[in-house]
Design a binder for this molecule. Structure first.
Ligand code: FEO
Length: 169
């Protein structure tokens, strides 16, 4: 059985992951509106990954005999000044999510909930990847700067991201 504090925190994380999906779908829509369809594809795949993250927590709470309680998802931002600004936002968001995962691990240890601590290890590793990937794209966009040809080439690369594949561009 999950303790109440742990169940509450895991339910809040389901909301946070679904909010991440909503945010990245919003970024995808922004890229669609600026005709960067490769970037839009990348963010759409990312949004689906976030739904998968939410579902890992959903299944885990149920597997432990807990109760999933879904709550309202905050609206995401809808506009960004540039592709770089959008990915800097994504990187900041992933750092925020990493902090949340760390806090969950801390709570699992405090509660001596070893099963949850073990479950969370997948997310600890995943967040290292998520931050590294977002950071890599931010650095590439900084290198490209205002160069339209560079952005065009990168957009073609971003179009190649497939659902379930490695997030690296
Ligand atoms: Fe679910 Fe991008 O972290």
């Amino acid at each position: 059985m999950l303790k109440d504090a742990m169940q509450k925190a895991l339910n809040e994380q389901i909301n946070a992951e679904l909010h991440s999906a909503y945010l990245y779908l919003s970024v995808s829509a922004y890229f669609e509106s600026t005709n960067l369809r490769g970037f839009a594809n990348w963010m759409r795949v990312q949004a689906q990954e976030e739904v998968d993250h939410a579902m890992r927590f959903y299944s885990y709470v149920n597997d432990r005999g807990g109760v999933v309680t879904l709550t309202a998802i905050d609206g995401p931002e809808t506009k960004w000044a540039s592709p770089l600004a959008a990915f800097e936002g994504a990187l900041a968001h992933e750092r925020y999510i990493s902090g949340r995962i760390n806090d969950l691990v801390g709570l699992a240890r405090k509660e001596s909930d070893y099963a949850t601590e073990e479950f969370l290890q997948w997310f600890v590793a995943e967040q290292v990847e998520e931050e590294a990937t977002a950071d890599e794209i931010v650095q590439q966009l900084k290198l490209i700067g205002e160069n339209p040809a560079g952005l065009f080439i990168m957009d073609r690369e971003m179009a190649g991201r497939q659902p379930g594949a490695d997030a690296a561009a």
